[in-house]
Design a protein around this ligand. Structure first.
Ligand SMILES: Cc1ncc(COP(=O)(O)O)c(C=O)c1O
Length: 389
């Protein structure tokens, strides 16, 4: 089952549609990550592509060592708002990107030998001029898949992500102090174990020459059944064997199950079956539901027919497939009812859009300690218009 079965805020205190992040749940995840750090000495970065709610960066920065960015914009956000290490990896950079990344990043990772060779002098020159040290790393492709669907598998055949061993030029590794890979997606430590073996097999001669190795993201560390002991064992064994620092850069694990999307039922229509139209949109506000795809969980609802009253739940846009699914409820739904979708902090605010002119959900923080609500961001017509011309 994806997500929580309950929530502890008062949905009637919220203006919908909105995302709400429960800070207490975020603290709980951070405690688990802190435990991994304490037991391994590894460093953990927040993957901004997944969760970039900068209002809570000061809290996250008490535990995590920095951020991993995928672009100059994310790197700048991390540099300005997080205030710790900024590691940047992009599939390719332009010269303008590199000039900006030298300013905002501490680690710059390359996806090809060609880009490494092209931009190394620019980084060295920036270091000399500014006195700032920038570490250079490369992303490798372990060529080891762990069964993620192809769309989310950077080791699938034809992947453009990471340098394969056959393409790696040892004569160009001057100044490279870090290796990075990413091949997991919502997976457990057994997948990491097999990946580490594959990396050691292909790249073992290089690991000992590095200062650090970054195991990427996709580790579902804060899921209740995740094998934490195995993760700790893998990281400690690796560090001891190779004498290098280990980084992890999870996104999901940081804010897993910490957030919700709350929507109001605007209409109950008859369309082959009872259909509730909510003031939200699946492709605009929870795009991963269609992209992954998966069925989001609505708290208190069951599968079709599991409870007495079944409804198709659909969104505001013109897309025929703007549908979350068919859900059943104990009581009939009525106009004005609020539905709470769980696990909506991750890959939502960072990916949403205004297709059809649908408004963006406001963003709330809920502090369970004193039962307080803060609407930290709301959006309007200007946000929609600004992206158009
Ligand atoms: C390079 C890299 N690092 C980290 C992550 C974060 O992964 P997750 O949010 O699944 O932990 C991703 C996700 O795509 C990624 O591509």
């Amino acid at each position: 089952m994806n997500g929580r079965t309950e929530y502890r805020f008062d949905r009637d205190k919220l203006t919908t549609p909105c995302y709400l992040v429960d800070v207490g749940l975020l603290r709980h995840n951070l405690e688990i990550l802190d435990g991994v750090k304490a037991r391994t000495g590894c460093r953990i970065l927040l993957a901004l592509k997944c969760f970039s709610m900068f209002r809570v960066f000061p809290l996250i920065a008490l535990t995590l060592d920095g951020v991993c960015a995928s672009s100059p914009h994310e790197a700048r956000l991390g540099f300005e708002e997080f205030g710790r290490e900024v590691h940047t990896f992009g599939a390719a950079y332009s010269e303008a990107d590199m000039a900006e990344l030298c300013r905002t990043s501490d680690h710059i990772l390359f996806n090809s030998m060609g880009q490494l060779d092209r931009f190394r002098p620019m980084i060295k020159e920036y270091e000399t001029r500014s006195g700032k040290a920038i570490k250079i790393g490369i992303r490798i492709n372990p060529e080891h898949s762990e069964g993620a669907v192809e769309m989310y598998d950077p080791c699938a055949p034809g992947s453009r992500l990471g340098i394969r061993r056959d393409d790696l030029r040892e004569d160009l590794l001057d100044g490279v102090t870090g290796l990075h890979w990413h091949n997991l997606c919502e997976q457990d430590a057994d997948c990491l174990d097999r990946t580490v073996e594959a990396v050691e097999r292909r790249f073992g001669d290089l690991i000992g020459r590095m200062d650090y190795v970054n195991f990427g993201g996709g580790h579902h560390i804060t899921r209740s059944d995740y094998d934490l002991e195995r993760l700790v064992r893998i990281v400690n064994t690796f560090k001891e064997k190779w004498g290098v620092q280990v980084y992890l850069e999870p996104g999901e694990a940081v804010a897993l199950n910490c957030g919700y999307l709350v929507s109001t039922v605007l209409d109950i229509a008859r369309a082959d079956m009872a259909t509730a139209i909510i003031d939200s949109s699946v492709p605009a506000h929870m795009p991963d539901v269609l992209e992954m795809p998966y069925r989001p969980h609505i708290i208190g609802a069951g599968q079709d027919q599991e409870k007495p009253h079944s409804y198709r739940i659909g969104g505001l846009s013109c897309l025929a497939g703007d549908v979350a699914g068919i859900y059943s409820f104990d009581q009939p739904l009525a106009v004005g009812d609020k539905l709470v979708f769980s696990d909506m902090a991750i890959y939502t605010m960072v990916k949403n859009n205004t297709f059809n002119g649908v408004g963006l959900p406001a963003i709330y923080l809920y502090e369970p300690g004193d039962d307080s609500y803060e609407c930290v961001q709301s959006f309007g017509y200007e946000d929609f218009k600004k992206r158009l011309s």
